[in-house]
Design a protein around this ligand. Sequence first.
Ligand code: FAD
Length: 438
Amino acid sequence: MAKRRKTQIVVVGGGAAGLGLVRKLGARYSRDTHDIILIEKNRTHVWKPLLHEVAAGALDANADEVGYGGHAARWNYRFFNGSLERIDRERQMVVTSPLIDEDGEVVVDRHEIRYDWLVLALGGVSNDFGIEGVREHAMFLESRRQADRFRRRLLNACLRLNETRQHDDSTATLPICIVGGGATGVELSAELVSSAKALRSYGLEVFDDSAVKVTLLEAGPRLVPALPEDVSEKVEDQLRALGVEVRTDTMVTKVTPGRVEMQDGRAIEAKLLLWATGVRGDHALSEMSDLELSDQGRIVVEPTLRTPADPRIFAIGDCCHCVLEDGEPPVPPRAQSAQQMGDHMVAQLHRAQRGEPLTPFVYRDRGALVSLSRFTAMGSLMGNLVGGRMAIEGRVARFAYMSLYRLHIISVHGWRRGLVHIFSHEVNKVTRPALKLH
Ligand SMILES: Cc1cc2nc3c(=O)[nH]c(=O)nc-3n(C[C@H](O)[C@H](O)[C@H](O)COP(=O)(O)OP(=O)(O)OC[C@H]3O[C@@H](n4cnc5c(N)ncnc54)[C@H](O)[C@@H]3O)c2cc1C
């Protein structure tokens, strides 16, 4: 008797949406009937909302990363280390580009992987709005590699400044500019102030927190528009109190090495420039397939998360453009929506395989929170438990902020192992140094 072919479910991208999904699919299906494959270009996963802490040296990512290989072995799926290059919809194949090492040698050749069901969870990239010089001269915070690069450049710049202050000019400063007053820009600004305060005890004798001048530029009228107006105001006040120069209604028009030009004709110096202005789809998406893309280059999906063009392809998380009700804005690109979409896909794929009607995704907005480093956290919670929207700050907000990370850990490792990971993360916080700047 001919052996029955296994159902092959391919998930591309092991971030907030994809990693929890493959774990749950691996736990649900037997290897005899299903082949669950995760294609991911990196070998380890670091939860994206922690990247500003990695960039400022407040978090040692090595201690918090998840190795895909080990995770796959534990959770009954296959990990393929590669980057999606193209989707061949006719043949139901994904093509991955060759994996090249630092010496330019091919490690893994171009591959074709068959799928019965394909879930794209590729995340997004920062939107540079085509502004001149941004791609060439700004840094971004989209991956662990970029966060590490920012931290190395920050440390080198601080060491140089320390030398200058010691020998030439005791009042010299390091101007850092962050463009984008959303959660990433706000959180990184506060984290940089915190790191600067700590540097003096790390061998930079003439360094103090006045040495680092952080400027945060936002094109809109207020910071973190996802938060209620009064909370946004408090965030701005708090940042100013920390010494961050906040400029709202400020549009950047051009970036050159070390300089940021603004629409009003003024310009500021920036030894380090970080660009964090919202999320768009990866620029390469239009070459990967003929799937419909939104204005922001994200993959258009129906409320069921399925692509209109292909019933076998779904997209979740930051890479998808999902409007649940006509006239409503799309589901926001956030960790909580990515995680919820990943959870929804587990049952959705089961329904799709059985030919049952698909159910629409329901987004539960739990609120928005920003962490201002060790100083405080602020935001608002949503839900029946708090009777609508409730503003919170301080320890309660910090706890709620960390809960999102803890939920991610549980989604990735399951309850039992997840709780052990959370415990060891807390223990690590006590034993590891406050700053990791190497
Ligand atoms: C600094 C920072 C702070 C943030 N803070 C918050 C916060 O406080 N709250 C909140 O809700 N959200 C926050 N976000 C947003 C949140 O991190 C994202 O919304 C969330 O990670 C999206 O999940 P995702 O799975 O769609 O994408 P990601 O988590 O980005 O995962 C995408 C994965 O796809 C992989 N990939 C990409 N292209 C390819 C390819 N071609 N082939 C193979 N693999 C590929 C990537 O390597 C990555 O692992 C923050 C983001 C940043 C950068």
